[in-house]
Write a protein that binds this ligand. Structure first.
Ligand SMILES: Cc1cc2nc3c(=O)[nH]c(=O)nc-3n(C[C@H](O)[C@H](O)[C@H](O)COP(=O)(O)OP(=O)(O)OC[C@H]3O[C@@H](n4cnc5c(N)ncnc54)[C@H](O)[C@@H]3O)c2cc1C
Length: 269
């Protein structure tokens, strides 16, 4: 359940991080970025977070605060709640997740104002209209993307999207986030068309976080830009299939790739 704030004092946060750099491992070694980026993101406050959890003020089973400034200076998205042990395809469970998310937001709002410099006079603009879901049902497709495909940057003739986002596993059991990055900077992996359809249903295409991918691979490809690229590919493929007999498996890969590139997709063939 994301939160959005206005009127956050970015300079106060930067100053705190500069003067307590030992506490901010993800900022160490690139402190100069704080002065050059147009939008500031930060991650940390582990000790304060842990202590608040121990005092019973926070029930969020994660380890730190994660915030991203938007295009508007001083406006931040707070991506810090964590709702686990719920099932997004079960209505009662999803409703309970909504309630839990709202409660965590209230706790977090108090925490941020007390412990994170820059939030004292911030205005809580809104919390997510619905709880966000990282994973639910997925297609069991003609091909299932794996962690190896991503980390070894396997190439596919039928590539329809690229991404460089790491495998980013938010521990489904509780505290902890496991990120596995591509070993080489400036590189990216490929996602083939066969992850968008299955053999059983001829006129069905999946897009976004629902495509055929292992748990680890889904933890990389579900990010918003990649989900958008996959949606683009699924839309163009659907249009091409509709011109034929509606069988999505028969869509010409070359034609699909050509159309995607004409429409501005980033595709290296
Ligand atoms: C807390 C959180 C933080 C995240 N942070 C980031 C981040 O920082 N960066 C990033 O890139 N990604 C992030 N992600 C991941 C990313 O937001 C999602 O994986 C991505 O939005 C998935 O896009 P999607 O279109 O596949 O699915 P969704 O965004 O879930 O869209 C599915 C849509 O289908 C609709 N729907 C469902 N059932 C039906 C139905 N029967 N009929 C009609 N409509 C229906 C839903 O209402 C929803 O609008 C985050 C996710 C979460 C939960």
């Amino acid at each position: 359940m994301n939160m959005k704030y206005l009127n956050v004092d970015t300079e106060a946060i930067k100053e705190h991080i500069r003067t307590h750099i030992a506490d901010f491992s993800r900022h160490q070694g690139n402190e100069e970025l704080m002065d050059t980026v147009s939008r500031f993101s930060f991650c940390g406050f582990q000790d304060e977070f842990r202590e608040a959890r121990e005092r019973g003020e926070l029930e969020i089973r994660r380890e730190d605060v994660l915030c991203f400034e938007t295009d508007r200076p001083g406006e931040y998205i707070v991506n810090t709640t964590r709702i686990i042990d719920h099932d997004a395809v079960n209505a009662a469970s999803l409703s309970d997740a909504e309630v839990t998310g709202r409660r965590q937001c209230r706790q977090l709002d108090r925490f941020l104002r007390r412990h994170v410099p820059g939030f004292q006079n911030a205005v809580l603009e809104f919390t997510g209209p619905r709880v966000g879901v990282r994973g639910s049902r997925q297609l069991s497709g003609k091909y299932t993307l794996t962690a190896e495909d991503i980390l070894e940057r396997r190439s596919f003739d039928s590539v329809i999207a690229h991404s460089a986002y790491p495998i980013d596993i938010h521990n489904p059991k509780g505290v902890g986030t496991d990120s596995r990055f591509l070993s080489e900077k400036g590189t990216y992996y490929s996602i083939p068309y066969e992850t968008l359809y299955c053999e059983e249903i001829k006129n069905l295409l999946a897009a976004g976080r629902c495509i055929s991918a292992s748990f680890e691979a889904q933890a990389a490809i579900r990010t918003t830009p990649t989900a958008g690229a996959l949606g683009h590919a699924a839309g163009v493929a659907a249009a091409l299939a509709a011109k034929g007999d509606g069988d999505v498996s028969k869509v010409s890969r070359n034609e699909l790739q050509k159309r995607l590139k004409e429409q501005g997709a980033y595709l290296v063939l």
